[in-house]
Design a protein around this ligand. Structure first.
Ligand SMILES: [Zn+2]
Length: 383
């Protein structure tokens, strides 16, 4: 057994309201953490730990649970920088741009996909992310969807089958045929490599009826449910996610009062991905303030993908969520850690307590406030 004491932590964010006196963040000041074989063994006052094999002096820095990035499309080939530039020059975003990445990803080898996704994962880790979810959805045929999930499985346990991302070109005149493929042969082939199933519910992608059929087929195969919901306009995605007891409804940019009430009552996590709203120059951002105040569980994620949010930076997402979604800096940090862990139904990460996984992120600053306050400064990294 190896043991390490992380000592002289200026501010420790535990996300455990029973620790510390400051609400949901469970803030401790002048703290120390003892880690034994990757698990937290003790939390207490600085200088108070028994002797361990190693001692690291944090010199007053802030430590928090590693970020949980609960919505990414990290496995893909090609980029869409030209499309981004065109959008910034005034062209609107449409869901069909996904097909550009599909062509590149179908043509890519397993080795190439694994190499580029690993590089992106390392990029995320350097910025303090400890756990990522990764979706398929750039194959849209059986072989490539399986290929993507096999690559994703090498990088995380949190893999999501997103065969229902858009309808591929070859099924443009046969949506029914594609739904049959997704719920049949493709699901059978992909389910062994997936924990979750997801559907993009949107004009130009899948309507509520098709999405329900696809999600229920996945659930029958033992997969948990996630939904890309209400990204580009109001729609039925959030209500469907809540009705089916999905773990998470993601995007939530365009919500009605009834949608917010449904999220709060169903316990379906509202996962906000403001990096996508930023990168598509959305005229509106998700209203994190109203969601939080209504009692919904809010998560933050990067939605890292080559078309609409090519960032791996959770600190950037936190800063956007504070500036544009009107979460407080503390709420945004909670959403990027504990909230995102809940969206993956994980209770071993996203908080710091004895027996929790010792996934720790250090911020080179005296408090968590600096993550949003000092936007784009690379303060966060793995401990
Ligand atoms: Zn997405």
């Amino acid at each position: 057994m190896t043991s390490v004491t992380y000592d002289n932590i200026g501010e420790l964010v535990t996300n455990d309201p029973t620790q510390g006196g400051e609400s949901f963040l469970g803030l401790l000041h002048d703290a120390a953490v003892v880690v034994e074989d990757g698990v937290i063994a003790w939390i207490g006052e600085a200088g108070g730990a028994s002797a361990t094999d190693e001692r690291v002096d944090l010199e007053g820095r802030c430590v928090l649970p590693s970020f949980v990035d609960s919505h990414t499309h990290l496995v893909f080939d090609g980029d869409r920088a030209e499309e981004f530039a065109a959008r910034m020059a005034g062209e609107p975003y449409a869901a069909g741009g996904i097909r550009t990445t599909v062509a590149a990803t179908r043509a890519a080898s397993v080795e190439a996909l694994l190499a580029s996704a690993t590089k992106r994962l390392e990029e995320a880790r350097r910025q303090g992310t400890g756990l990522v979810e990764i979706k398929s959805g750039y194959g849209l045929d059986v072989a490539t969807e399986v290929k993507m999930l096999q690559v994703a499985r090498q990088l995380t346990d949190e893999t999501t089958f997103l065969g229902a991302h858009v309808v591929p070109t070859e099924f443009a005149d046969d949506h029914r045929g594609y739904v049959d493929l997704v719920t049949g042969e493709m699901l059978d082939a992909c389910a062994p490599y997936a924990k979750w199933i997801d559907v993009f519910v949107e004009d130009g992608a899948f309507d509520a009826e098709a999405a329900r059929e696809i999600l229920l087929a996945g659930e029958a195969k033992g997969l948990g449910l996630r939904v890309h919901a209400n990204q580009l306009r109001p729609g039925p995605g959030v209500q469907l996610a809540c009705e089916l007891g999905a773990a998470s409804a993601d995007h939530c940019t365009h919500l009605s009062d009834a949608d917010i009430t449904a999220l709060a009552e169903a316990g379906t996590v509202a996962t906000l991905v403001p990096g996508a709203d930023f990168s598509t120059r959305s005229p509106v951002y998700p209203d994190g303030r109203r969601l939080w105040d209504a009692g919904a569980t809010v998560a933050l994620a990067t939605d890292c993908n080559p078309g609409t949010s090519y960032t791996t930076s959770m600190p950037f997402v936190i800063a956007l969520a504070v500036r544009e979604c009107h979460l407080t800096p503390g709420e945004a940090v909670w959403a990027a850690t504990a909230g995102a862990a809940r969206s993956l139904r994980r209770d071993d990460v996203g908080h710091l307590a004895v027996d929790a996984t010792a996934a720790l992120t250090v911020v080179d600053a005296p408090s968590h406030l600096h993550l949003a306050y000092r936007a784009a400064v690379p303060l966060a990294g793995p401990l």
